[in-house]
Each structure stands twice: as structure tokens, then as C-alpha cells.
Write a protein that binds this ligand. Structure first.
Ligand code: FAD
Length: 544
């Protein structure tokens, strides 16, 4: 029977061990974890800070005793693997509990050591009030520290998933939270136009958001930024990203790729045929960008784990590659993305266009019907879908999962247009926002209308472009673009003479739906230079 040794006892490691057991009752399975816990919910860690997960023990899903009893897996904590001897197929283990060192042989070795928080070498970074969040010990330590009454101001450095979730949960715990992000925006998977909704929500909920500024130094209770500005911070949480933990792999001479992560094949075999690697430490193939990338997410880690175990037992994995799907709650908003964003697509030299629709997430007569902001990115002229982003108070994740499925199977705008989805007024609209986006994209690809993107609005207003706002008069009290001419859609056909025919005309409304109707009505009446303003008022007012 096989002896399988697994390094790392959380997402990828525990999943591999459990699958091996399901495939082989006789295998000897040893899972080595350097920390005190195995199988905990990394993704739920930030929620302990707000008390959503009140008791940190709840973060632990299985302990070594349960692993032994339920699965006959020998899970050992406080045991760090310090060396891999590929030739003799054995690992060296340092036992942190006893201080002893020992060897363990293997037939198959699995690496799932994860990724480490990046800690930049900056003045003050080693101070005791500076924290990172990776495991249960980290979150307990941080929670205990910030729950002291004297800790009022906290600076979170980094606006990725972990930084944003930590910032939100600390804010929910009534702390004064500053979120500092070096890039011009938080949440890199979102495009600049969509992310403004997130920025606004964070500011509305009292987060002191500082984008375009990085950490320079930490001194006492003051954080100094690269701009020279200072922020009060009784505690600092570093969340500027993670780096694959390749220490062991490098030491063992396994191939490391250009991305800095462990190289594996489609079945997660490393450059040594007896060693597999999965999770945050490996590089994966990007299905859309056709290149190697890193993707530190729990879903892929668990799927890779299963595939690796399968391969040990002759079941090959049809490796499609990753597309990158994720979701996050940011206060009252659900935010989700899949595939690549427009920025990445353009940087990769792809010819793409996008549509931005704002549709109700359920029938307007139903309780809690809210606008859902949805952006669809597709290749031109094929209409092949490469990405989508959704933000709203309703089920943004459901919409993104539809698109993720479509992207995985190479779907196009045309496929999405006709995609038959479930509908009840309580859950959606007869033409769901994802169908709507495809209809708009289809019209665009067929040249039935032209649009300008929401990000161009400011430039148009400032250059004095001729903008027609087709909202009804009663809506204008909500605000209006400077210099826009109001001709409500209900009066458009009688008042077309007011609109010039010899200069470009831009049409605007609340969500770009009525303005689309106005655009095609004007085109039908012989106007040749009319463009719909994507995002319109809802998109723009958030953008401003
Ligand atoms: P891990 O789960 O980190 O496990 C690696 C383990 O290996 C660690 O416990 C480590 O101690 C151990 N180890 C390392 N080296 C050794 C050694 N030499 N010897 C013994 N043991 C070793 N992903 C999502 O998809 N959605 C989310 O909402 C989400 N939220 C997250 C929130 C937080 C705060 C964090 C930290 C991560 C989050 N993730 C999320 C990412 C997700 O948790 C990871 O992608 C996933 O855990 C990766 O699994 P892994 O097995 O590669 O690494």
C-alpha cells in the first residue's frame, strides 16, 4: 500500500489527504502541519474581528483526533518539514512541541504549504502592534489586541480581499479604520468604473479610505505614508499581498516558475514525479490569458487537491486552467467578478469592448428590489465573453457564477442572450441583468448603436459636449450633469428639432436604458452621430 505524506494541513493539504483516503482505504496517510491547527476556515478569519464568528474555536473544522477517528489520517500539528530528500524519498521534520527532529519516508509527497503575507522591510514593521492575518493564531492575537478599549484607531495596509474584509470587520466593531492602498483603487479585480461603488460604500460606512498612497514607516502610534501624510494607528494590519511559500520546494530543487510559484503539470505533479503540489504555492494556467499565473483562492486549492489525489490512483484530470472567480461582501454590497477585467484585457493586447448595465436585481414591485451594476467584457468581433463584474445589494454572486460557467465553456454574447435562467419576481426579472447585458452587447457588436463609457463622462462634460438627459423632469432634483439639456423621453419625438444634427450628441438617463431607446429613436429619425452614455446617471453619480 502507498504511503502518502502531505505538507500543510489546511485547504489543499487536508483536502488531498481526505480524497486519498476515499480512494484507498489501505494507504498510510500522514499530514504534517507546522502550526497548532489543521483544517480551519481561512476565509472566515476576518469575521472574528466583528464577532460575526464570535468564538474563534468555531473556525476550526476538524482536529487531529477527528482526522484519526473519521478518516484514519495521522494529522500531526506543530510539525514543520524542514527538508525534502528527493533521492531517498524522505522528509526531515522539526517538532516544535518537543524540539526533536526526525525523518519520515514517503512513496508520494504532497506540498500544500500555502502563501505567506508579504512584509516589506520598512521602519517600524517589526513593532508589536503590527499584525498579519493568515491563520487562527494570527486572528486571535489581533482580536485580543484590538478588543482593548485603548485601541481606537487602526490602519489596515492593502486594499485586496483580506485588507478590505479586515477593515470592514474592524469598522463593524466600532473602530476608527483607515484603509491605505498604494494603487489608485482597492480590489484590483474590479475595473476603475465599477470599483467607485465600493469606494463610496466604504467612505459612507466611515472607513478613512486612502488610495494612491503607500506605507512608508510606522513609529509609535503613527503611520507615515509615502505622501508624507500621517494616520493615527494604535494597531496596524498588513495585508499587502501574499507570496507563495516555496522555501521547501526551492531547497529540494523543484522547478519554480517565472511567477515565483512551484511549477506543476496538469495533474499537479512537480518536476519530481513523486512530489505533487497544490494550492497557493503553485502556478496555474490562465484559461483566458493563456499564460501561467498565481491564484490564491480556496476553491481552486480544494479542486487541485482532489485532482492530485485522483492522479495518484490513475484518474487523470482534464485540466482546463483557471479563470479567477471571486466574491466579497463589502458592507451592504455584494461584489463579485469572474474572468479578466477590461484593464487586464487591454494590457494583454486583446481587442475587447464592454457594456455596463444597471438593472433591478428583482422586479421593482418586490421588497428590497435594488439596482444591480453589471459589467460584461467581451472580445470584438467574436463576442466571446472574457469577464464580468457585478455589484449590488442583491445576488451579485449568482449573476457572476452564470458568467463564470459560460466563460469556462467558451460562451459568447450570443449564448448569453438566449440563456434560459430561472425567474420569479422575488429573485430576478424575466430578462435577467445578465441577459440584458448580452442584449446590449449584441446591439453594440451589430453596430445598432454606439456608446461612450462611463469613465468618459467627466471629459465630455468638461469639453462642453452636447448631452441630452432624457429623464423625466421630476427626476432632475437628484442632480444633473452640468450643461446637459433635458428632453424627457416622453417628449422626445415632439422635440427632436431642438437637438442639433451637425455635432455629436450624447444621450443620458438614469441607467442608460431609456437613453438607449432615445438613441435608436434619434437614429431612426436620421441623426447620424448619436451615442448612448453607458452607466448614465447611476453609474456617473457614483463615479463623480
Ligand atoms: P493554506 O490553507 O494556507 O495551508 C497551508 C498550511 O501549510 C499552513 O497552515 C502552514 O502552516 C502549513 N505549512 C507551510 N509550510 C509548512 C511546512 N514546512 N511544514 C508543515 N506545514 C507547513 N479564498 C477564497 O477563495 N475566498 C475567500 O473569501 C478567502 N478569504 C481569505 C481570507 C483570509 C484572511 C486568508 C488568509 C485567505 C483567504 N482566502 C480566500 C485564500 C484561501 O484561504 C487560500 O487560497 C487557501 O487556504 C490556500 O490553501 P493552501 O492549502 O495552499 O494553503
Amino acid at each position: 500500500s502507498k504511503k502518502v505524506v502531505v505538507i500543510g494541513g489546511v485547504a489543499g493539504g487536508a483536502s488531498t489527504a481526505a480524497r486519498v483516503r476515499r480512494l484507498d482505504e489501505k494507504a498510510e496517510i500522514i499530514m504534517l502541519e507546522k502550526g497548532p491547527h489543521v483544517s480551519f476556515s481561512n476565509c472566515s478569519l476576518p469575521f472574528h474581528l466583528s464577532g460575526i464568528v464570535e468564538n474563534s474555536e468555531k473556525l476550526l473544522m476538524m482536529d487531529p483526533v477527528q482526522f484519526k477517528k473519521k478518516y484514519n489520517i495521522d494529522a500531526r500539528v506543530f510539525q514543520e518539514v524542514t527538508h525534502i530528500d528527493k533521492v531517498n524519498k524522505k522528509v526531515t521534520i522539526h517538532n516544535h512541541a518537543t524540539g526533536e527532529t526526525s525523518d519520515e519516508s514517503y512513496d508520494v509527497l504532497v506540498l500544500s504549504p500555502g502563501a505567506k503575507p508579504i512584509v516589506p522591510a520598512l521602519p517600524g514593521i517589526d513593532a508589536t502592534h503590527v499584525f498579519t492575518v493568515r491563520n487562527v493564531v494570527d486572528i486571535e492575537r489581533l482580536q485580543q489586541y484590538v478588543s482593548q478599549d485603548t485601541i481606537e484607531n487602526i490602519a489596515v495596509i492593502g486594499g485586496g480581499f483580506i485588507g478590505v474584509e479586515v477593515a470592514e470587520n474592524l469598522r463593524l466593531a466600532n473602530k476608527n479604520v483607515a484603509l491605505i492602498e498604494f494603487a489608485p483603487q482597492v480590489m484590483a479585480p474590479f475595473d476603475d468604473d465599477m470599483v467607485q461603488i465600493i469606494h463610496k460604500e466604504m467612505l459612507d460606512k466611515g472607513i478613512d479610505l486612502r488610495v494612491g498612497d503607500g506605507l512608508a514607516s510606522i513609529e509609535d502610534k503613527i503611520v507615515t505614508l509615502q505622501s508624507g501624510k500621517q494616520v493615527k494607528a494604535d494597531a496596524v494590519v498588513l495585508a499587502i499581498g501574499v507570496r507563495p511559500d516555496t522555501t521547501l520546494a526551492e531547497d529540494a530543487g523543484l522547478d519554480i516558475g517565472e511567477t515565483g510559484a512551484i511549477v506543476v503539470d496538469g495533474n499537479y505533479v512537480t518536476s519530481d514525479p513523486s512530489i505533487y503540489a497544490v494550492g497557493d504555492a503553485i502556478e496555474v494556467f490562465h484559461q483566458i490569458l493563456h499564460k501561467k499565473t498565481r491564484l490564491a483562492l480556496a476553491g481552486p486549492a480544494q479542486k487541485q487537491a482532489r485532482a492530485a489525489a485522483d492522479h495518484m490512483y490513475g484518474i487523470t484530470n482534464r485540466h482546463r486552467g483557471v479563470i479567477g472567480s471571486s466574491s466579497i461582501q463589502i458592507f451592504d454590497y455584494a461584489c463579485a467578478t469572474t474572468g479578466i477585467n477590461e484593464r487586464t484585457a487591454r494590457e494583454a493586447g486583446m481587442t475587447v469592448d464592454s457594456v455596463y448595465v444597471i438593472s433591478p436585481d428583482k422586479v421593482g414591485l418586490m421588497p428590497n428590489s435594488n439596482p444591480l451594476h453589471f459589467k460584461l467584457i467581451f472580445e470584438v468581433p467574436t463576442g466571446k465573453i472574457v469577464g464580468a463584474q457585478a455589484i449590488g445589494k442583491g445576488n451579485a454572486d449568482k449573476r457572476i457564477d452564470v458568467i463564470a460557467t459560460l466563460i469556462s465553456f467558451g460562451g459568447t454574447v450570443d449564448d448569453l442572450k438566449d440563456l434560459e435562467l430561472s425567474y420569479s419576481p422575488m429573485y430576478g426579472t424575466a430578462k435577467d441583468v445578465v441577459n440584458m447585458a448580452a442584449l446590449v452587447a449584441d446591439n453594440l457588436l451589430a453596430g445598432r448603436f454606439k456608446q461612450v463609457h462611463v469613465s468618459q463622462t467627466r471629459e465630455l462634460v468638461e469639453s462642453g459636449a452636447y448631452i441630452v438627459d432624457v429623464r423625466e423632469e421630476a427626476e432632475l432634483k437628484n442632480g444633473m450633469l452640468k450643461g446637459a439639456h433635458n428632453i424627457p423621453l416622453s417628449q422626445l419625438r415632439e422635440r427632436m428639432d431642438e437637438i442639433p444634427r451637425d455635432i455629436p450628441v450624447y444621450i443620458h438617463c438614469r441607467s442608460a436604458q431609456r437613453s438607449y431607446n432615445a438613441t435608436v429613436a434619434l437614429q431612426g429619425a436620421g441623426f447620424t452621430n448619436v451615442k448612448n452614455m453607458a452607466g448614465s446617471f447611476l453609474g456617473t453619480c457614483l463615479y463623480e
